[in-house]
Ligand binder design. Sequence first.
Ligand code: GAR
Length: 210
Amino acid sequence: ARRIVVLISGTGSNLQALIEAQEHDRLGGEIVAVVSNQADAQGLKRARDAGIDAVALPHREYESRETFDGALIKVIERHEPDLVVLAGFMRILTPRFVQRFLGRMLNIHPSLLPAYQGLHTHARALEDGVSEHGCSVHFVTEELDGGPVALQAAVRVDADDGLENLKDKVQAREHLILPIAVNWFLEGRLQLTGDHITMDGISLPPTGMR
Ligand code: GAR
């Protein structure tokens, strides 16, 4: 089976969606390890409950981003993954780390990229009064939240949508599109080719498919 390592920092609801897809034979591979930079991440318990190797690697115990990423590379490579998935992993990665897994690392981001890169995406979208918001699965490159997008899902922003409500609506879509993109990748359908993605041999635009 194809091997997946998932990196998390918190709740792990996207991890849960991946676990459920795997249980229904819809993931195209096996989650062999979950690594969190926060020792108390709820997602680590989700992993253990599913019988998956759960590793806490607290970044605070490392003196620099470089030494932390070095340790992270070691832990990940022990599991010989075909794919690394960032599922709510809230650390900026060094160029060395990104290069190591280039073309085999996907991230889920809570916006319709290239809109709202970075943090607090929902609050910023609400503040701007946008009518549409959403989430993106993209390949990780050295540019933060800037790698080519494979798949997006959009939600309508209603006049009475608050922060929590909007976040919940977007996350429900995250849980749909992340397992799909992982499956496409593991089936060999989705590839990073230079600076763009090909899906079944077709070149995608930088914003992928929606
Ligand atoms: C998700 O909504 C994900 O899109 C976001 O963190 C959340 C983690 O939730 N990721 C980022 O903001 C990346 N910069 P989860 O732990 O329940 O999956």
